[in-house]
Write a protein that binds this ligand. Sequence first.
Ligand SMILES: NC(=O)C1=CN([C@@H]2O[C@H](COP(=O)(O)OP(=O)(O)OC[C@H]3O[C@@H](n4cnc5c(N)ncnc54)[C@H](O)[C@@H]3O)[C@@H](O)[C@H]2O)[C@@H](O)CC1
Ligand SMILES: Nc1ncnc2c1ncn2[C@@H]1O[C@H](COP(=O)(O)OP(=O)(O)O)[C@@H](O)[C@H]1O
Length: 290
Amino acid sequence: MATGTWREWTADDASEWLSAPSADDDKYRRGVLGVITGSPDFPGAAVLGVEAAHRTGVGMVRFTGPRAVRQAVLAARPETVGVPGRVQAWLLGSGMDTDHRSFLLAGDLQHALASGEPTVLDAGGLDLVGSHTAPTVITPHARELARLLNDRDIDATVEEVEADPAGWAARAAEELRVAVLLKGAVTHVCDPDGTRLTVTASTHWLASAGTGDVLGGIVGALAATHHERLATHATAITYLAATAAFVHSEAARRASEAWEGGPVTAMDVAHAIPPVIGRLLRGEARSPRP
Ligand SMILES: NC(=O)C1=CN([C@@H]2O[C@H](COP(=O)(O)OP(=O)(O)OC[C@H]3O[C@@H](n4cnc5c(N)ncnc54)[C@H](O)[C@@H]3O)[C@@H](O)[C@H]2O)[C@@H](O)CC1
Ligand SMILES: Nc1ncnc2c1ncn2[C@@H]1O[C@H](COP(=O)(O)OP(=O)(O)O)[C@@H](O)[C@H]1O
């Protein structure tokens, strides 16, 4: 599939899409991320996404996912607010199963989508694409993208998506009219307007359970902290998603370096986000890759 030119997102690019709080900021002005993720089977996905959002520097994380998950989220990160209220961006779906969606949960998800706030749709929230009106990015891996396209009567096997991730990410963006972040060793980020960006992972240790949930938290936090920009420039969601993938990759590299190049857990990656953001905000170039 011909998809135009793809450009690798750099540290300089990413640093333009990060911001530190100013003297005028408070937690609401900084941005509140609403999170509806996790399930009794996958509470960890919610914990990881919320941790990553906090570490990315959002004003507040408001978790209104399943009750069975809330306790784990609040125990791991007591800064999280567990009641509904003002939200400026949403992260929906990580650790959820589309086939086991309660009436209550379906209502909460629809309510979030109807709010018109920027939205990140991950994992068990991917099927909701199409009912959005606000700037939205979907964050599938190859299996999830193939499934999503099949559900929309577009034939694509997992093998085909893996063989041509650029082509299928671009096709999905056009067909679904949404920004797409297709995860992999090279992450492809694109949108229906023709923006085409890649982020090449700095370490393959990232290929472990839960790192995608961490990425969701980073994208969500950046959407929340840029809610004012997104209100006037919807296409900014694509650049924010690429920035999140870049921060995620660099955090994984740092986390692995802390273990002398050894394996990292998803939580290690989340904990390594702040120094990556600190360096990017100071305009310090990424250290050369080995
Ligand atoms: N700690 C956690 O709570 C975690 C929760 N996660 C959540 O788990 C849910 C499922 O995510 P997945 O990325 O696994 O979804 P996938 O669509 O990749 O896989 C769904 C199922 O297909 C099977 N499968 C897929 N690829 C396979 C392979 N190569 N060999 C054998 N069996 C295979 C597995 O049984 C798997 O459970 C998502 O909601 C995700 O957010 C994951 O992120 C992992 C960590
Ligand atoms: N071989 C690989 N090398 C480097 N990064 C990878 C590789 N495979 C996957 N990744 C990255 O790891 C993360 C895995 O996310 P995901 O597939 O959603 O896993 P999970 O659902 O377990 O969280 C993504 O950010 C993806 O880009």
